[in-house]
Write a protein that binds this ligand. Structure first.
Ligand code: PLZ
Length: 444
């Protein structure tokens, strides 16, 4: 096991000389379209810290975009994946199967909401899981339309690009997009014209009206939503919105798909974010946090829906790779053993307390939101007009980076700073990261 020191240490400029050298090589050979938030090259990572090639130790408030919830070198993940590597790297589950795949599907059936009979299929990436959820829903309903929401994010493949709301950088120049994808409003409380308290019922009514009038409910195969919208700005749909959409889906034979790729697996202090409003999705897509950093994704859902697809209709060479499955079993073991749902709730308590105190001092913070260890601040030029302050978000992120705290931005308007620490981060480190953020706000 690597033991990355659990402390912040900045010993060079950020990025340091070795990172700058690697970055120069990278620019010569890696396609320009692939970006990096912070071109600091990683040497080791674990717990709540990333160590770079120059010896800097960064506090990790990103978890590789909500992936390394158990840390980037969790003991059980490393142990199980290493053992699997020794045994075999691949056979292809579609050629000769292996137990790890089955065990992951058993775990998914146990952990996802609802006590109905469930089945799963495994894939490599979040986008691939979303694509397959749509395939399954279409096959089951014999309908074609897919409903998605404002500010939604579902991936970078052709279908999931079309399902993603934001043009730059995800869609610009990459069309044409897949047909039969329709976008409807979401209950974004902070920016709802008649106020957050009305957002739930009003947005649900508008969404349902659009579906009914413009698509026709009986043409809709699936409604796909993130229970907490991630890339779109950590938007928690206002209370009542999700249950109303679920009821509409149920009443009209539409498959309700919860995209829990970012919010799932203890991130919000529950195994899955939709549990907060007691929602039982027909299908649920997972990835990211599921396997402690190894590439794995899944679609899990009602057995009769999952099994409606003809034999051989689902798959892929690497889907449910045995090393990734072993990693997932290690990650799930860690989540249970360390009670990472409890840890996520504690992170929320600490963060929201500190951020609320900052908001009193700094009107730049328009909104504080999110759940568990999926927390964000939305920055605005003025609390009344709520004009998005994207430049301030970029400047604040840069300040944090220079001081050795890795934070990410997000949001349709680019003005949201999001915090996604590994759930195993120590509380001192968490507070130190927030100290840096506070100093950054004061410096702006
Ligand atoms: N659904 C809800 O958050 C991935 C994307 C980062 P993949 N989010 C991070 C970027 O800029 O590419 C995501 C998500 C939700 C689907 C996906 C897609 O997952 O594993 O990146 O394909």
């Amino acid at each position: 096991m690597n033991a990355v020191p659990q402390e912040r240490r900045v010993v060079t400029a950020i990025p340091g000389p070795k990172s700058q050298e690697l970055q120069a090589r990278r620019l010569g050979t890696v396609a320009a379209g692939v970006g990096s938030t912070l071109p600091v090259f990683t040497k080791r990572a674990g717990g709540g810290v990333i160590e770079d090639v120059d010896g800097n130790l960064l506090i990790d408030f990103g978890s590789g975009i909500a992936v390394t919830s158990v840390g980037a070198s969790a003991e059980a993940v490393v142990r199980r994946a290493s053992a699997q590597l020794q045994d075999f790297t691949h056979t292809c589950f579609m050629v000769t199967p292996y137990e790890g795949y089955v065990e992951v599907c058993e775990a998914l059936a146990e952990l996802t909401p609802g006590d109905h009979a469930k089945k799963s299929a495994l894939f490599n990436s979040g986008a691939e899981a979303v694509e397959n959820a749509v395939k399954i829903a279409r096959s089951y309903t014999k309908r074609q339309a897919v409903v998605v929401f404002d500010h939604g994010y579902h991936g970078r493949t052709n279908l999931t690009m079309g399902m993603t709301a934001k043009n730059m950088p995800y869609k610009q120049g990459f069309g044409p997009f897949a047909p039969e994808v329709y976008r409807v409003p979401v209950a974004y409380g902070y920016r709802w014209p008649t106020g957050a308290e009305n957002a739930g019922p009003e947005a649900a009514a508008q969404a349902i009206d659009t579906i009914t009038k413009q698509i026709g409910a009986d043409n809709v195969a699936a409604i796909v939503i993130e229970p907490v919208l991630g890339e779109g700005g950590f938007i928690e749909p206002a209370k009542g919105f999700l249950p109303a959409i679920v009821k509409f889906a149920d009443d009209n034979g539409i498959v309700f798909v919860a995209d829990e790729i970012q919010a799932g697996f203890c991130r919000t202090g529950q195994w899955f974010a939709c549990e907060d409003e007691g929602i039982v999705p027909d299908l649920i897509t997972t990835a990211k946090g599921i396997a402690g950093g190894l590439p794995l994704a899944a679609v899990t859902g009602r057995a009769e829906i999952m099994d409606s697809v003809h034999g051989g209709g689902l798959g892929g060479t690497y889907g449910g790779n045995p090393v990734a499955c072993a990693g997932a079993l290690g990650a799930i073991e860690t989540m249970k053993e360390l009670d990472l749902n409890g840890k996520a709730k504690r992170i929320e308590e600490v963060m929201k307390g500190r951020l609320a105190a900052m908001q009193e001092k700094f009107p730049l913070i328009g909104d504080i939101r999110g759940r568990g260890a999926m927390i964000a601040i939305e920055l605005v030029k003025d609390p009344v007009s709520k004009e998005p302050a994207a430049e301030a978000a970029a400047a604040l992120a840069k300040y944090c980076h220079n001081e050795g705290v890795l934070v990410l931005t997000c949001g349709t308007y680019g003005n949201v700073l999001r915090f996604l620490p590994p759930l195993v981060i120590g509380e001192e480190l968490l507070n130190e990261g927030l100290d840096v953020l506070e100093a950054g706000l004061a410096a702006l």
